[in-house]
Ligand binder design. Structure first.
Ligand SMILES: CC(=O)SCCNC(=O)CCNC(=O)[C@H](O)C(C)(C)COP(=O)(O)OP(=O)(O)OC[C@H]1O[C@@H](n2cnc3c(N)ncnc32)[C@H](O)[C@@H]1OP(=O)(O)O
Length: 424
């Protein structure tokens, strides 16, 4: 009898603790915010944009600032407002919430948002909207930095407008640019997974800036669209090898062709410099590679070495030479261009042509395996015989699977590039 009573008491106590825990967890979760949603960015042209939800955009990543979970604890209905004036990028920073945790829950601490953001935000941001609106008016006198190297127009079919864009090349010594760049680079942390800030004291960095030029009460304004940084590496004996460090088109302008314009302009800029060997990139992302494939294929498709009859005969020294000398494109990138352009001139419904194309791409994909095989043969001299047989069996099936999958995904990417080329 008494044992049963004790058991009921224990169970009900546990149940109470369990439901308390559930309640606590629910309460805590209300105070947990996904920082990719809580951070709210804006490029402000007019004071009305401040109230207009449709001009808000959110980060893709926030792990650099808020940790791998991309969340903060301690606030209900959290909004981290980071607004920039569209031209000079004068910044407004404000944290809003309906309530904040005041009690302590074990060792869970309230995240101090301003502290976390402080190392990324340059000094001089506003914390009052009135002050920000005053700063916004100063955009009227903002002018781009450096020299104009390219301009282009884009038709806005929806609005029935023709929009004008300009690309400038500058360096850190240009008055006012250092401070502007400090504001601009804050966007990197939200849109490039592994972004880091560059050392602007190093004068080997070049900066390329894209602006939309528009008229406001009859005078020109320059809205910031995107940018690229390029580091000029020394190459023996008297050459340079520019390497693209960072590229960003601000989200409201993405998918409108600015990335392609910027990349082509930069490639042409360095092509005109006799000391340049080739242009490369640091840790290119998937979207970056897609863009580069398109731009380089566009540039090379007019070269005689890439004519369809020559493409059918295989990757040649002539292609490497022409890509390098005409457009400062290295061998690795020229090879991708060759595969893309050869796909265009291959009849993939013809079994013989399609087989040749597949084998050609797979031969390139198999190069790392050949290197591994050489290494395994070397090891076999010291390892037991069955080890080698086992390795070979596993690696042959893995190799085939890998080659087929990679081949298919390459062809898919190449088709997308060809669709874009067809739209030119
Ligand atoms: C080395 C490094 O820096 S790696 C890091 C690269 N940077 C990033 O990843 C940061 C985040 N992303 C970005 O900044 C941009 O998306 C970039 C730089 C990758 C590309 O810039 P964008 O201006 O968007 O490029 P662009 O507009 O030329 O092309 C993007 C897509 O828009 C499409 N597009 C371009 N113009 C139009 C148009 N008028 N109508 C419809 N679609 C269009 C293109 O076809 C392309 O689509 P696809 O990839 O499916 O073929």
């Amino acid at each position: 009898g008494s044992e049963a009573v004790i058991r009921v008491e224990v169970i009900s106590k546990c149940w109470c603790n369990f439901s308390d825990l559930l309640n606590l967890e629910k309460k805590l979760s209300e105070y947990k915010s996904d920082t990719n949603k809580a951070v709210r960015l804006k490029l402000v042209r007019f004071p009305e944009d401040l109230e207009d939800e449709s001009t808000t955009f959110n980060p893709l990543y926030s792990h650099q600032v808020f940790g791998d979970e991309e969340s903060v604890f301690g606030y209900r209905d959290l909004e981290i407002q980071l607004y920039y004036s569209t031209c000079s990028l004068a910044t407004f920073f404000n944290v809003r919430y309906t309530s904040k945790v005041t009690e302590k829950y074990g060792n869970v601490e309230v995240d101090e948002i301003e502290n976390k953001l402080l190392e990324y935000l340059p000094a001089g941001y506003c914390t009052s909207l009135d002050e920000f609106v005053v700063q916004l008016e100063k955009d009227a006198s903002f002018r781009p930095f450096g020299e104009l190297i390219h301009s282009y127009k884009v038709q806005d079919v929806k609005e029935g407008l023709e929009l004008h864009y300009e690309i400038y090349k500058t360096d850190i010594s240009c008055p006012g640019f250092r401070e502007y760049h400090q504001r601009l680079q804050t966007f990197l942390i939200w849109f490039i997974e592994t972004a880091s800030f560059i050392d602007t004291d190093d004068d080997k960095w070049h900066y390329f800036l894209v602006f939309e030029k528009y008229l406001e009460s009859g005078s020109p304004r320059y809205a910031t669209v995107g940018y690229m940084t390029v580091y000029n590496f020394y190459a023996y004996p008297d050459k340079v090898r520019p390497r693209i460090g960072q590229m960003l088109v601000l989200p409201p302008f993405q998918g409108e062709g600015h990335g392609a314009q910027l990349m082509e302009t930069v490639q042409k800029f360095y092509t005109a410099m006799p000391s340049v060997l080739d242009v490369t990139a640091e840790e290119p992302s998937e979207d970056f590679v897609k863009l580069r494939d398109f731009v380089l294929s566009k540039l090379c498709q007019g070269l005689p070495g890439f004519e369809p009859q020559k493409l059918a005969k295989g990757f040649s020294a002539e292609m490497v030479e022409q890509a390098k000398h005409t457009w400062k494109i290295n061998k690795h990138h020229a090879r991708r261009v060759y595969e893309i352009l050869r796909l265009r001139s291959t009849n993939m419904s013809d079994p013989k042509q399609s087989r040749e194309y597949r084998l050609e791409v797979k031969r390139r994909l198999a190069i790392p395996f050949k290197k591994n095989k050489k290494e395994a043969t070397r090891l076999s001299r010291v390892m037991p015989e069955d080890w080698l047989t086992q390795q070979a069996e596993v690696s042959v099936s893995q190799e085939h699977e890998y080659l087929e999958e990679t081949y298919q995904s390459n062809v898919e990417q190449y088709r997308r590039i060809l669709e874009r080329l067809a739209q030119l």
